[in-house]
Design a protein around this ligand. Structure first.
Ligand SMILES: Nc1ncnc2c1ncn2[C@@H]1O[C@H](COP(=O)(O)OP(=O)(O)OP(=O)(O)O)[C@@H](O)[C@H]1O
Ligand code: SF4
Ligand SMILES: [Mg+2]
Length: 404
């Protein structure tokens, strides 16, 4: 059995060409990403060593910070213009926090988010507001994300107004008609309120609201999870059509690999605050390398009963450990059927390239791939309560700022 060498350093932001719409305080990132990790096409979003740690406060009179929830704990990813990047992982692994941190709706504790050449984490005031117009979010639950007291017209105009895009009443009316037509809703919808629509229609309103301000990047957080299966495909198809028409770039978040398989060019699999595998959608399904990805894929039923009965099924022992007290070493070692003594328990594997554009965070990825080590039974481990990051001491963070 071979143990791979320690990991390469984290990828750094490339030095993209400035765009006309960049804020005046534009500061070009100064280092380069290795060629092998850059997808073809212009990079629109570059996330480097991003961390979001939420302080846990206790105290009756004075709040004390007694620990941290390590919701996002060192994520590197790079998304090219026009690409759809699927982000999957089980509930609580930090997908939404990562999506929100990209739009700076959650304040990053550390790391950088470079969007079209500008580090969003360093923007303030008007510059941040202008950058936000170009990055929009579609939320999981269209009912709770739409104000029930606002008509559809008011919901759509609100964002346009905030960004000074509604100066001419005629042009605004034309734009509203275009938006409704783009998402397949009749013009009469403008006078209605969210409760008058079905779940699928409400999600269309959420999409129209995001499109109203002409974004480049849309982070869609579980955009179809709350919808009936019959409506899910319609909304996914709509997102794809809009992307073709408008050249949008998507980050699509889902806890279900089957949902992102169809729509994504590349997929990142997240576990306890970090990516454990990233590759093209086709490669992930044909050749999953990380034990956690293999387990996720083996949980998707196959329609053919013969294949279903004969295929490898990996049942994970235990629940997702608390992000307030993540396991030492490899975050997945408490549940991993391929865990090896003692490296898995002591050293945190970094994401490293194993094939072209295929990155995996596992010390033994090659041995698992080539069958040199075999899975074994895993006894569920109890992780004690607490909030100690095994990799470092408590970070110096302020309280969580909700910006929405
Ligand atoms: N504002 C917050 N303050 C403290 N902890 C938070 C906050 N937001 C999220 N968390 C915690 O961070 C962790 C990651 O949460 P997040 O919502 O990002 O997960 P998720 O992968 O989107 O899960 P789901 O699939 O259920 O939506 C969870 O343990 C959650 O409780
Ligand atoms: S590093 Fe070890 S524990 Fe982690 S996924 Fe690989 S084999 Fe499993
Ligand atoms: Mg979520």
């Amino acid at each position: 059995m071979t143990v791979p060498n320690p990991q390469p350093p984290n990828p750094q932001p490339p030095n993209p060409q400035p765009s006309d719409s960049r804020p005046p305080d534009f500061e070009p990132p100064n280092s380069e990403l290795p060629d092998s990790e850059v997808p073809s096409g212009e990079v629109l979003l570059e996330v480097t060593d991003l961390k979001v740690h939420f302080p846990i406060k206790r105290g009756v009179i004075v709040d004390r910070t007694v620990g941290y929830v390590y919701a996002v704990d060192g994520v590197d990813l790079s998304i090219r213009r026009g690409e759809t990047y699927g982000l999957v992982g089980e509930s609580g692994c930090g997908k939404s926090t990562l999506g929100r941190a990209i739009l700076r709706l959650n304040e990053p504790t550390a790391g950088s988010v470079v969007f079209d050449g500008t580090d969003v984490a360093r923007l303030k005031g008007e510059q941040l507001r202008r950058a936000r117009r170009r990055m929009q979010m579609i939320f999981q639950d269209p009912m709770s994300s739409l104000d029930p007291r606002q008509s559809v017209e008011s919901i759509l105009v609100e964002g346009m107004h905030a960004h000074g895009l509604d100066r001419d009443p005629e042009a605004t009316a034309r734009r509203l008609r275009e938006l409704l037509s783009a998402v397949g809703l009749p013009e009469s919808s403008l006078r209605k309120y969210p409760h008058e629509f079905s779940g699928g229609q409400r999600q269309r309103i959420g999409i129209a609201r995001a499109l109203a301000v002409e974004p480049d990047l849309i982070v869609a957080d579980e955009p179809v999870s709350a919808l009936d299966v019959s409506v899910q495909a319609q909304v996914v198809n709509l997102l794809e059509e809009l992307q073709d028409e408008l050249g949008l770039t998507y980050v699509v978040i889902a806890h279900d690999l089957a949902v992102v398989q169809h729509i994504s060019d590349r997929i990142g699999v997240m576990y306890l605050g970090a990516l454990v595998e990233e590759t093209s959608s086709a490669e992930l399904y044909e050749n999953p390398l990380h034990p956690y990805t293999r387990a996720l894929l083996s949980a998707i039923p196959v329609p053919d009963p013969v294949v279903e009965d004969s295929r490898e099924q990996i049942l994970l022992a235990g629940d997702l450990p608390s992000p307030a007290n993540p396991p030492t070493g490899c975050r997945f070692h408490t549940r991993c059927p391929w865990r090896q003594a003692t490296l898995c328990d002591t050293d945190r594997p970094q994401l490293r390239e194993i094939g072209a554009g295929h990155r995996v965070a596992c010390h033994y990825a090659e041995d698992i791939r080539d069958g040199r080590i075999q899975p074994h039974k895993v006894e569920p481990e109890l992780v004690e309560a607490g909030a100690v990051n095994p990799d470092s001491g408590p970070p110096d963070v302020g309280s969580v700022t909700e910006i929405l």
